[in-house]
Write a protein that binds this ligand. Structure first.
Ligand SMILES: Nc1nc2c(ncn2[C@@H]2O[C@H](COP(=O)(O)OP(=O)(O)O)[C@@H](O)[C@H]2O)c(=O)[nH]1
Ligand SMILES: [Mg+2]
Length: 251
């Protein structure tokens, strides 16, 4: 099982966790975020898509799996430094059916603000449920990613919930709905582990690749004020936090 196009088999697994440090939450658009120079990868998707389960499977950490039921935490962006080498940003799930419509729209300014002001962001992993067609909110997310030019990995979750033959058909339908090639989608299951190594390799590539959206470094003379982003204090907060998860979520 494999098939991440271009992912060399020799890419070291960046998600063998030696250290994992909670850096803090971003709660509002333009609010605090870590002043990090490390490459960053963000994870996005609809509530209940399986994001917490995927992250727990990716980093293979029991402590990580502790599902927080704090409602507030699930509406924040939570930042973690992995092995001191890259930052994982867990974006709030959108489209949660039990949240009033007025609150459902809150995710957009926060996520949009984040995408536009994350200087070291190397890519976003967007999760889509194998059994569902992409929603309007998924499409909004994709449009934001296209517009900002942020490299995007599509991960199709919960593939263990449908038969193997159905997976192929669903991958094709989902790819079509979002304008991707089916072979560029990564099938994933937190239950049987499918896709975990492919996703880890693809993330490894993202964080290893030359930055695409950062200020030019060596060649061009540095424009004043553009490169100096390291200044303010390290935002280190309660490191006992774990990734969010709606343990009691419906469907
Ligand atoms: N069968 C199966 N269930 C999953 C998988 N990933 C998540 N789930 C279930 O889907 C629900 C939502 O998962 P969760 O990780 O909390 O989703 P989140 O809201 O996106 O963080 C939970 O009941 C999980 O047990 C998967 O790969 N396979
Ligand atoms: Mg979650």
């Amino acid at each position: 099982m494999s098939g991440v196009p271009g992912a060399p088999t020799g890419t070291p697994d960046p998600l063998v966790i030696r250290s994992l440090e909670f850096l803090g939450p971003q709660a509002t658009a333009g609010g605090w975020r870590p002043d990090s120079t490390l490459p960053e990868v963000a994870f996005a998707g609809r509530s209940n898509v399986g994001k917490s389960s995927l992250l727990n499977a990716l980093v293979r950490r029991k402590a990580f799996a502790r599902v927080s039921r704090t409602p507030g935490r699930t509406r924040e962006i939570n930042f973690f430094a992995v092995n001191g080498t890259f930052v994982l940003a867990d974006l709030p799930g959108y489209g949660y059916a039990r949240i009033a419509k007025s609150r459902q729209a809150e995710w957009r300014p926060l996520i949009e603000g984040y995408l536009r002001h994350a200087p070291t962001l190397r890519g976003v992993v967007l999760l889509l449920d194998v059994r569902r067609d992409p929603t309007d909110e998924d499409q909004v997310m994709l449009e934001l990613l296209t517009e900002t030019g942020i490299p995007t990995l599509i991960c199709v979750t919960k593939v263990d919930k449908v038969g193997r033959d159905v997976v192929a058909a669903r991958m094709k339908a989902i790819a079509e709905a979002i304008g991707f090639a089916p072979e560029d989608l990564i099938p994933f299951s937190a239950i049987d582990g499918r896709g975990r190594d492919d996703l880890a390799a693809a993330i490894g590539q993202l964080v290893a690749e030359a930055p695409v959206a950062e200020a030019p470094v060596a060649e061009a003379p540095v424009a004043e004020g553009s490169a100096d982003s390291a200044a303010a204090g390290e935002g280190q907060r309660d490191s006992g936090a774990s990734l969010d998860g709606e343990g009691a979520a419906a469907s």
